[in-house]
Design a protein. Structure first.
Lengths: 416, 94, 968
């Protein structure tokens, strides 16, 4: 069924009796052409684009829990394409362009809102680095502006301009950056995929892979064996566990990232802001909560929860930047498991097993990538060649010395 | 978290800096091993959901590198050793 | 206004009267009151508005789980949005203002949403606002954002202080109700170090709210007696007004102690709140239980509250919620409210017990309850006039902290609630109502047993006093069968039974989907009153049991925590510690300008009288240095002493180039790679003796390099005879550069430092000023004849002053980081902009430094094809063709005539300075295949500022490329 304002009014007047389920709950078929493991944002987007853009059918998404229960369901909702390196920037710009037309494309209001992102500058060296980045963004068609201190003050006069340990000297701004209602992205893709015949199978955990003569034949699941010609894995956070079924070791560690939301407040912060003298970023949701985050806890973890030091560290960054939030209350923290890759950039590639494909290593930047990741993965699955914007996201870049290391930290995942 | 330092006793994990999998002790030989071996060493990880032997450095303390055996699902720590002892046990010397 | 609803008894101090205002109107109350109890005493029921429909609301609860009675407390910079009136302690002069309403609480224009509620069903916004596309961001969303939110932020800096601390104990007891008190008493008498924390300002928990007796005394008096005994024990720390907010790993708990919130403002110099990190060997969670409502139409009106809360207001605060009261319950506990109110002389009109087939099906009264409709077992309906209704749907154990490690509670059919399972945080035991043991005797017993078990006590334990031990009797009723109206589940977020029904209809039947689609449990109370009810309704609608439908678990913090508390003192200028250089005081006397470099403050330049532009100062510093002599504090560079018979061999492993062949008394530039083959750091390392080297690192990597070297030493080559110590802060070090550098230092250094005795790249121990030990290195970052001289840090300030005084004839200048940067760019030395962690030795033009003859960190991986591309980036120098043209670091290289698109991007400018010698801006940059492009012209474009400058690509060595000056 098509959603629109008229439909909402009509249903309101008739007691909402006409709304249909967002998706079916089909039993798994014995076999499919494509199995996508992982019903998070990337997996659902992959299935959606496989069906819609690449004309493929007989597709299933296997989700061990509930649809959208991956990191698409627990992130800080930011979209942007302000990357530095050539291997990344075209991909994230492709993603941002897909965000810009997404809601009309899948007929679901995911509240894509381009209220702008600013990266604050506190030192001359940062300004040089952001100038390099901003120019790269413009060269890639992503757009960027450099704000001086007074322009930042005009946006947010209540930031710490007067008594800061690291004074604000300006900001790099991308007006097209913003936020999206994260759960709605998963639901919109799920609904769009379901309506195109994709079987979305929840509570179905993959427990093994059937590989014969170097080729994938299907997957063992908690709901039995399901055959497949091609299998795509999009389970960021659990990549190591799932690919272990194929005997692979990955250039990835799993780490916990905590995120935070405050009690609801009347409008305070319009856009997205990152602090440059500590790891802290913040936006305000349409419901009024400040949504913010900072560093990962820094140790390998699959626990989906973090510890107090990082909560304190993030609060310190927030208070250093915004001394007016001292009496704003933190409402909730949560932890998600991140695929921290060895250079901080993702992987969308074939594996050594024929017919088995991998999408992961998103570190804590995967949400903004959801549309392009799905599209590129679908491209790879359907055509067996990488999407032009995702060519750099190869497994062998580490062997070949072609890392995409935005932060310049080297092969230490917890520093990316 | 609390790490029970083999010399100093229980210390808050905030005194330490984390590096990663203790397999990083097992560095290939730079004169005999090639890019493949160093690629495996530097970039690939077991990344287990369960017991993980990992390197922590007591930066705000005695500067020991430790090998901590910690469960990555529960965060329970079951063993803490001096990394130097572990390295020697693995046959590393000079 | 008089306290018309104040009744007899209670734990308030009637001897004192406190004045306060709500929305500008004056009221009175007493010490012991909360804002909610005082307002209720004054007959004020309307305290807030709901989030979505702006429904008029009064308090639902009497505790920290309150979803409705949220106010802005205090004013000005201390304004505190979303404060729960039910836990805000009354103080004289308290100011509170209602929130999320316009223009007033009684008349709120946004309440139109309530009339239009059928258009605002759960998730309606996902289905509309999509056409035309631009309208979402231009029209719809701005309207939604303006309307959203609850209270508002002052936008002024929070004037209060916050602090942090650590506490350690054998047993942390969370909650000071009967279970917690008994646990603390048992452990305290056994001599254990105990911390007893309770969020309330009066310990006792439900004992303060009930009329139970324990032994022969009133429960509240028994609690007070136990608290008095505990207070005498030196091994027990009582922490009222302290909320344990989270159970973290290995027994570490976060707790917030409120020291100033019950005062008009915190005592002078004292913090408002303290964040405690409590390290507990064991803990007992005795956090009690939270009552839940029953959903019926219009069950959210001011005057309708939970039965236990109404009882608490009557018993503890001597307040009746109304003059004519009814009770609606599905369990025996609700009947207590009726009994207690009757005993207090309140007109208790009727008890509607759903177990007898009676139900309340509707209510009336826009701004406060006027009547309810009762339907009996035969379906007969009648209205009864009441102004207050107590509702009890049963009690949910407060399993929050139990589930902070993601443990899932289990369903208990006997109390019809989730109770803790076996897999909570290690070391944490749950007791009392939090464990699902709802009787007072059970609380005392499980509290005592929990302490015994946690501490392994074997001695005598306190006797259990007599107390009520009723078996909870409850017949579940979650919601009254639906009519046309709305029945609230999550009151703050306006989630109704209809919304859950719609979610089920649209297949959002997973508990996580339910929560996210309807916003159930996402309000400031985090679902404390609504979650289980919502889950139960979903179970009913989908024909599943509650445990089949799912469980709800909780995340920290237990109740919302002020950001200021979590940040403590790390804010403003104290956000990070300041590291000061030895010349800091001298520089401050000169009114120097400082710059943040990590946590260091370094001198950026030292202005002289008459200089109005920073460039004047920097140019002067550069020219004076190159003309005569300049001094720069370089103490911030990392310094590591490396000693042992294997020191040379060790350095050969950690540096790309060779150090074992370095002669004693010499130093050498060293290039350090990461294991991935990219450049990590650089610096000079000197050999002071056969087995003694001193390494310098960049300022930025001083800590990291030391850590890395320790890793190499302990983990990779554990038997190498090499010892390390960081001496960064042990030595004050100054660069003395310029043609007169030696002349000046000859007046300071006691030994011969002639070129013959101390040649270029010489290094050694010397003495200065007649015997003070020092280290001297003849190294140059500026291209001039230069030395670096180091003395013990405490002499750094004196050495600088002495050099300036003794060398006055050379008119020495002290230069800062800007002049340092100018001179290093003139010489083509790499620094921050080039040492970016993304570059190879080859990129920097230093490829030949990586020895292929030995095993060193990073050598093998530096040979990977992607890092050895001959067309890759190379360091080049850049000059504008027009000397008057300006360059900007971060500009990108484009060929002349090339379009400004990524395909034509040839690299970028890494560093830029103005060179007073060359008389123009000069820059370094990484240019693709740059080595072959020396002499060519290109453009440096800064599209952010519309700059497009024609430049010449030159050698990065702008100044004295042959190095004649530094060898002079």
């Amino acid at each position: 069924m098509r959603y629109s304002g008229f439909r909402v009014i009509a249903e309101a007047l008739t007691g909402h009796r006409g709304w249909k389920p967002m998706w079916r709950d089909p039993a798994p078929q014995p076999d499919y052409d494509y199995i996508i493991i992982g019903g998070g944002g990337h997996g659902l987007a992959t299935a959606y684009y496989l069906a819609k853009e690449f004309g493929q059918a007989r597709i299933a998404v296997l989700e061990k829990g509930w649809l959208g229960g991956g990191n698409v369901g627990r992130n800080t909702t930011i979209i942007r394409s302000n990357y530095l390196l050539d291997g990344n920037e075209p991909f994230y710009e492709f993603s941002l362009k897909l965000w810009e037309g997404l809601e009309q494309d899948f007929n679901y209001n995911a509240m894509v809102s381009q209220r702008g992102i600013i990266n604050l500058i506190h030192t001359d060296a940062q300004r040089d680095a952001f100038t390099r980045r901003g120019n790269g963004m413009i060269l890639h068609g992503a757009g960027a502006e450099m704000l001086d201190r007074e322009q930042v003050r005009a946006l947010y006069p209540w930031l710490n301009f007067d008594n800061a340990r690291f004074p604000i000297k300006g900001a790099l701004m991308q007006r097209r950056g913003g936020t999206v209602r994260h759960d709605a992205v998963a639901w919109g893709y799920a609904r769009g995929a379901d309506s195109r015949g994709v079987d979305l199978i929840q509570n179905c955990e993959v427990t093994g892979m059937r590989i014969e003569n170097g080729r994938i034949r299907g997957v063992e699941t908690t709901r039995g064996f399901i055959g497949a010609k091609k299998v795509g894995v999009a389970v960021a956070g659990s990549s190591g566990r799932v690919l272990a079924h194929a005997g692979m070791r990955l250039p990835i560690e799993s780490h916990v990232l905590q995120a935070f939301v405050s009690e609801g407040l009347k409008p305070l912060i319009d856009g997205v802001m990152t602090f440059g003298a500590g790891h802290f970023y913040v936006s305000q949701s349409d419901k009024g909560g400040l949504v913010f985050g900072g560093d990962i806890d820094g140790y390998n973890s699959y626990a989906q929860r973090g510890n107090l030091p990082v909560i304190e560290d993030v609060a310190e960054g927030g208070m250093a930047l915004m001394p007016a939030i001292g009496r704003v209350r933190l409402l909730r923290t949560w932890g998600g498991i991140m695929d921290m890759s060895m250079d901080g950039s993702p992987i969308i590639d074939r594996t050594p097993v024929d017919g088995l494909y991998f999408n992961g290593g998103w570190c804590y930047g995967g949400f903004k990538a959801t549309p392009a990741s799905g599209w590129s993965f679908a491209h790879l699955l359907a055509r067996d060649e990488p999407h032009p914007t995702a060519r750099a996201f190869r497994f062998d870049r580490f062997l070949k010395g072609r890392m995409i290391d935005e932060k310049g930290q080297g092969a230490q995942p917890n520093l990316h | 978290m609390i790490i029970n330092h083999p010399i100093l006793g229980p210390r808050d994990a905030q005194e330490f800096v984390y590096l990663g999998d203790a397999a990083l002790i097992d560095r290939p030989d730079g004169m005999t091993d090639g890019i493949e071996a160093f690629h495996t060493y530097a970039y690939l990880r077991d990344n287990p959901a369960g017991d993980h032997r990992e390197l922590w450095y007591h930066e705000q303390g005695d500067r020991s590198w430790l090998v901590v055996t910690r469960n990555t699902v529960t965060h329970e720590i079951t063993k803490v050793e001096l990394a130097r002892d572990v390295a020697r046990a693995m046959g590393r010397s000079t | 206004m008089t306290q018309s609803n104040r009744i007899s008894g209670g734990q308030i101090d009637r001897g004192q009267t406190l004045r306060f205002t709500f929305d500008g109107q004056g009221f009175t109350g007493h010490p012991g009151d909360t804002l909610a109890s005082a307002l209720l005493a004054n007959g004020v029921r309307l305290m807030g508005r709901s989030f979505k429909y702006h429904r008029p609301r009064g308090p639902l609860t009497a505790g920290s789980e309150e979803p409705n009675a949220l106010v802005e407390l205090r004013s000005g910079a201390r304004r505190e949005p979303n404060t729960r009136a039910t836990v805000a302690e009354l103080f004289d002069g308290l100011e509170a203002t209602s929130q999320n309403r316009w223009p007033s609480l009684r008349f709120d224009a946004m309440a139109v949403n309530d009339r239009l509620s059928s258009f605002f069903a759960a998730g309606f916004y996902y289905k509309t606002f999509m056409w035309p596309r631009s309208f979402w961001e231009k029209l719809y969303e701005p309207i939604i954002r303006r309307a959203a939110g609850l209270g508002s932020v002052s936008r002024e800096e929070d004037p209060d202080l916050y602090d942090k601390g650590f506490l350690h104990c054998d047993l942390l007891v969370i909650g000071a109700g009967p279970a917690g008190l008994m646990a603390a008493l048992t452990a305290g008498r056994a001599g254990a170090r105990v911390i007893l924390a309770d969020e309330d300002f009066r310990m006792g928990g439900r004992l303060n709210a009930e009329t139970f007796t324990i032994g022969q005394v009133a429960g509240a008096d028994w609690a007070a007696g136990v608290v008095t005994e505990l207070a005498t024990m030196p091994n027990v720390r009582l922490m009222p007004r302290t909320t344990v907010i989270g159970a973290f790993d290995h027994g570490i708990h976060g707790a917030v102690e409120r020291l100033g919130d019950h005062l008009a403002e915190p005592a002078a110099g004292k913090p408002r709140q303290i964040l405690w990190r409590i390290y507990a060997r064991r803990s007992v969670l005795a956090g009690g239980a939270t009552e839940r409502p029953i959903a019926f139409e219009n069950n959210d009106r001011p005057g309708i509250m939970l039965a236990g809360a109404m009882r608490a207001y009557a018993n503890r605060w001597a307040v009746t919620a109304g003059q004519r009261v009814a009770v609606f319950t599905n369990n025996d506990d609700g009947l207590r409210t009726a009994a207690d109110l009757r005993a207090k002389g309140v007109d208790l009109v009727e008890v509607i017990d759903s177990r007898k087939g009676d139900m309340i099906v509707d209510s009336r009264g826009r701004l406060g309850l006027k009547s309810v409709t009762v339907q009996d077992s035969k379906g007969q309906r009648r209205d009864i006039t009441v102004d207050a209704l107590a509702v009890s749907g049963g009690w949910n154990p407060n399993v929050n902290l139990y589930s902070h490690h993601r443990a899932r509670p289990v369903w208990d059919d006997t109390i019809v609630a989730f109770v803790p399972g076996a897999d909570g945080p290690p070391g944490l035991t749950v007791a009392g109502a939090a464990a699902g043991v709802l009787s007072t005797h059970g609380a005392l017993r499980t509290g005592r047993d929990a302490a015994i078990a946690a501490l392994g006590l074997t001695g005598a334990a306190p006797d259990l006093p007599e107390a009520e031990d009723a078996t909870p009797r409850i017949t579940p009723l979650w919601h009254v069968p639906q009519g046309k109206g709305r029945a609230w589940i999550d009151q703050q977020n306006d989630v109704t039974v209809k919304d859950v029904k719609l979610a089920a209809q649209e297949n959002f039947i997973s508990v996580e989907h339910l929560k996210r689609y309807t916003t159930l449990g996402m309000a400031t109370d985090q679902g404390k009153t609504g979650n289980v009810l919502g889950l139960a309704v979903m179970a009913e609608l989908t024909g599943r049991s509650i445990p089949q439908t799912g469980t709800t678990i909780y995340r920290p913090p237990y109740t919302p925590v002020a950001m200021g508390t979590l940040a403590g003192r790390s804010r403003g200028a104290e956000f990070k510690p300041v590291r000061m250089t030895p010349s800091h005081h001298w520089a401050r006397e000169q009114c120097a300008v400082f710059v943040e470099v990590g946590n260091w403050l370094r001198t950026q330049w030292v202005p002289k009288d008459g200089e109005t532009e920073w460039r004047q100062s920097v140019d002067r510093e550069v020219l004076a240095t190159r003309r005569s002599v300049g001094i720069c504090d370089v103490t911030t560079l990392g310094k590591i002493d490396i000693q042992g018979t294997d020191a040379g061999a060790f350095l050969d492993r950690v540096y790309a180039n060779t150090f074992s062949t370095l002669k004693v008394g010499k130093c050498r530039y060293g290039l350090m790679l990461r294991e991935d083959g990219l450049v990590y750091d650089d610096g000079t390392t000197a050999r002071l003796a056969e087995h003694e080297y001193v390494m310098t690192t960049t300022t930025a990597n001083a800590v990291g390099v030391f850590r890395h070297l320790e890793f190499c030493r302990q983990c990779l080559w554990p038997d190498m005879d090499v010892q390390l110590i960081s001496t960064t802060e042990a030595w004050a070090q100054f660069s003395v550069a310029g043609p007169n550098a030696r002349n000046l230092l000859e007046k300071i250094v006691d030994q011969d430092i002639s070129d013959a005795a101390f040649p270029y790249m010489g290094a050694g121990n010397v003495t200065v000023c007649g015997g003070l030990r020092a280290r001297l290195f003849r190294i140059s970052f500026s291209g001039e004849l230069a030395f670096e001289i180091a003395v013990p840090t405490r002499y750094g300030d004196a050495l600088l002053r002495e050099m300036l005084a003794r060398g006055a004839e050379y008119d020495p200048v002290v230069y800062g980081t800007e002049a340092l940067g100018v001179m290093r760019v003139e010489k083509g030395h790499v620094a921050g902009g080039e040492l970016n962690g993304q570059s190879t030795a080859l990129n920097m033009g230093l490829g030949k430094m990586v020895s292929q003859k030995k095993d060193s960190i990073g050598r093998v991986l530096s040979t990977r094809e992607g890092l050895t591309d001959p067309e890759g980036y190379r360091l080049v120098g850049v000059r504008p063709v027009d000397p008057a043209a300006r360059l900007t670091a971060g500009s990108h290289f484009l060929d002349i005539g090339a379009a400004a698109v990524a395909a034509n991007d040839a690299g970028w400018l890494t560093s830029k300075v103005y060179s007073p010698h060359i008389g123009s801006d000069i820059a370094l940059g990484y240019l693709k295949a740059g080595a072959g492009r020396i002499g060519q012209r290109m453009r440096a474009v800064n599209l952010l500022a519309g700059q497009d400058t024609e430049v010449e690509i030159v050698s990065p060595h702008f100044f004295d490329p042959e190095g004649e000056r530094l060898r002079g």
